[in-house]
Design a protein around this ligand. Structure first.
Ligand code: AMP
Length: 338
């Protein structure tokens, strides 16, 4: 009797679900995609889901919990779950859940997140709580479901007050603008083996900021409607200069070590540090995602880094399923469900 065949892997049909469900199949699990009405097609087309459960809105997920528990589901969270359900609801979610729910509040609260990163000895951008203090280029970021839409740059209090008029009553943060290239580091930490892995890197393709170089500076000045925006539309695989790796591994280890001081069990599974690499070769961290990121999606068949470690295709989705399978075999599911 193969024990893990008794379990089903389920996730919300969006974000990185194709990769998660394919990875679960590769490890021998049967799979469920829970889709908003009208969003089922990709999961049918690519045949990654053995079953599709359609819901009318994300709140309905709370109503089908008992049904999922009866099916012996292990639920894999990704950003869509947290964004649309919210931390409160996810904390109440009764279905066995891969990852540590206790860490969610630490990531959701900007101040706690910042302290966590700082205590991990990472260099974070300066935050300006009072616009009067702005003494350098800043990026003004809005929170909520809009993603990077409307983020703008400002150089002074006056400049900020002028530009913010277009966004009344928004919740925003004023962050030092770091000159350099953004890069997204995909890690995986296993509490079963106490090992940190580098799964890969990506750069994001953001509209319209990544196409502004196609418009000459002269035209940008002449066409007043062209303002930068940071709406993510895709992810591009990238390999980092090898000499950055020692620091990058150390950064991941520090984050894990620090997370264990913050909450019982700390952070485990996939996570991502969002960084800017500066012309001085500094690594500045502007965000952490404590779960699978969509930047791992280009690596359904593994990345150059997983190819070094595994002699088989190993996506982050598959790595999660492998971890669950190992935990089931060892009778240690309690170590990875939170
Ligand atoms: P975020 O919503 O924090 O993930 O940021 C969206 C995008 O804004 C990033 O992918 C970067 O392109 C850019 N960005 C965010 N924070 C900074 C920063 N402090 N300095 C420069 N660019 C940033």
């Amino acid at each position: 009797m193969v024990l893990h065949k008794n379990y089903k892997i389920a996730t919300i049909g969006s974000h990185s679900a194709l990769q998660i469900l394919k990875g679960a199949h590769d490890e021998g699990f049967s799979t469920i995609a829970i889709c908003l009405k009208g969003r089922e097609k990709p999961y049918k087309l690519f045949k990654v889901a053995d079953e599709i459960i359609t819901i009318n809105d994300y709140d309905e997920l709370m109503k089908i919990q008992d049904k999922l528990i009866k099916k012996n589901v292990i639920f894999i969270p990704h950003a869509s779950l947290i964004t649309y359900l919210g931390v409160d609801a996810v904390e109440k979610f009764k279905v066995p859940y891969y990852g540590n729910k206790n860490i969610l509040r630490h990531e959701a609260d900007r101040n706690i997140e910042r302290t966590w990163l700082k205590n991990s000895k990472l260099k974070v951008p300066k935050i300006f709580n009072n616009p009067k203090d702005i003494d350098r280029a800043v990026i003004v970021k809005f929170h909520g479901a809009k993603g990077g839409k409307g983020y703008f740059l400002a150089k002074s209090e006056k400049d900020l007050k002028q530009k913010i008029k277009n966004f009344p009553e928004e919740d925003y943060v004023i962050q030092e603008y770091i000159d350099g290239v953004p890069m997204f580091i995909h890690y995986f930490y296993s509490p079963l083996t106490d090992e940190l892995e580098i799964m890969g890197f990506d750069i994001r393709y953001e509209s319209n900021v990544d196409s502004l170089g196609r418009v000459s500076a002269r035209d940008q000045m002449a066409l007043p409607k062209i303002d930068p925006s940071y709406v993510i539309v895709g992810n591009i695989p990238v390999v980092i200069r090898e000499s950055f790796l020692p620091r990058i591994i150390q950064m991941g280890e520090n984050v894990i070590k620090e997370s264990k001081k913050i909450v019982k069990g700390g952070l485990w599974g996939p996570f991502c540090l969002e960084v800017i690499l500066t012309p001085n070769e500094e690594i500045r961290v502007f965000e952490i995602s404590a779960r699978i990121v969509a930047g791992t999606n280009p690596y359904v068949d593994g990345s150059p880094y997983t190819a070094l470690k595994y002699n088989e295709p190993m996506s982050t989705g598959r790595r999660i399923a492998r971890e669950i399978k190992t935990a089931i075999k060892k009778g240690q599911l309690n170590k990875i469900l939170g």
